[in-house]
Ligand binder design. Sequence first.
Ligand SMILES: [Zn+2]
Length: 453
Amino acid sequence: MFNSKILKVMPYVLGALIAVLIIVMIIVKTGGKQESDATELKSENTVSGDTVSESTASESTLSDDNEADETKQSSGQVAALFSDTSGMPDELPEPDDGAVSQELPDKGTPDTGTTEPAPVDDGAAEGDSSEADDMTTPEPTPTPTPIPVQIEFEAKDDYIETKNDVNLRIGPSTDTDVFANLKTGKRLKRTGYNEKWTRIVYDGTECYIYTPLVTGVFDEPTGDGNAAGSASTGTATLTQGVGTPNGHIICIDPGHQTNGNNEKEPLGPGSSEMKAKVSSGTSGNTTGHPEYKLNLTVSLKLRDELVARGYTVVMTRETNDVNISNAERAKIAADAGAQAFIRIHANSATDTGVNGVETICMTNENEFNAELYSSSRKLSDSVLNHVVSSTGAKKRYVWETDTMTGINWAEGPVTILEMGYMSNKDEEEKLLDDNYQNKIVLGIADGIDEFFK
Ligand SMILES: [Zn+2]
């Protein structure tokens, strides 16, 4: 009785055992398949990783792959287990032979390729892109990077100026892209220094200049556009944002420069008549103080005064050692959309008795920009009158002439202010006086205010 009962049950027990064995085999097979897929992936990745070359690099890709594959595998296994277990409960309660034998081929087919590789393939597809990321992000250990090496910078919080035309680069290496190209004499905020590279801030962006191309150390931005959060145009420096903006753009051109440039340029657009690009100017009869320096001193004061009054100011230069032709200066004003182009000069005459203030604009028959005559004449009158009244200097006149390159190339109202005669002893002394310069500046600013009324 007992035996026969066992015998009766035996087939079921055997059936169940066989079913369990089959399931175990399926699971084992599944795992094996994934492993081979994983190794395929690995070799693929190493191949792509070869572009990085170097044994260390491929090593790192390998180790990375291992990590990546591990996660992939485990997720693949999880997926496989899920699909298996979802099948298992169905299988177990059904000890039917037929059911078991039917399930075998069912399990077998997906095994060979369709369902199973799917999660692994997904992983591979994701892996292809995410691994590229993985390779850069969690990879602090191997550092065979051929690109810029980390450079130590001494922290700085001051200003420097560009010594030449310089490239601002996005990294401390000539292999990096050029962010901007700046002309000589551009003042910039410095945040870091080392012998080779200087880190500066330009237009809100940290850039690098080759240190030998940097000069001077300043505490002040000197109203430099970048320090004040504005942009620059060519050689010009744009300053704004101190006073309440009044919407007017002024270009100030401090006449001359340290060294004149006798190369020639057309007297006006399309002109065959050529004139020296820029002369070196005059100098004080008594002191020998050069006009270009005086012009810059007054121009910088004027810039600050105008900015305080809400004007946006573009400077053709803010240092003396530049090389900007008169036509180029006019172009800077035009490019900036200046509504008044104020050119600051001082005069001289062989007759040392001559003194006084005058302004200059084009004639109403100018062949290049006669249409600017009436506005330029108005600007010239206004500036002349106000400078005379603020300084008490002798009023000479508005000289109308078409011989000035920087006027002929102008595309907006323009005037040259001849502040006084450096050949006259008394006037030279005044011109070099700080208070008198301030009076000139107030006069010019008042004249500009009136021009826009
Ligand atoms: Zn001059």
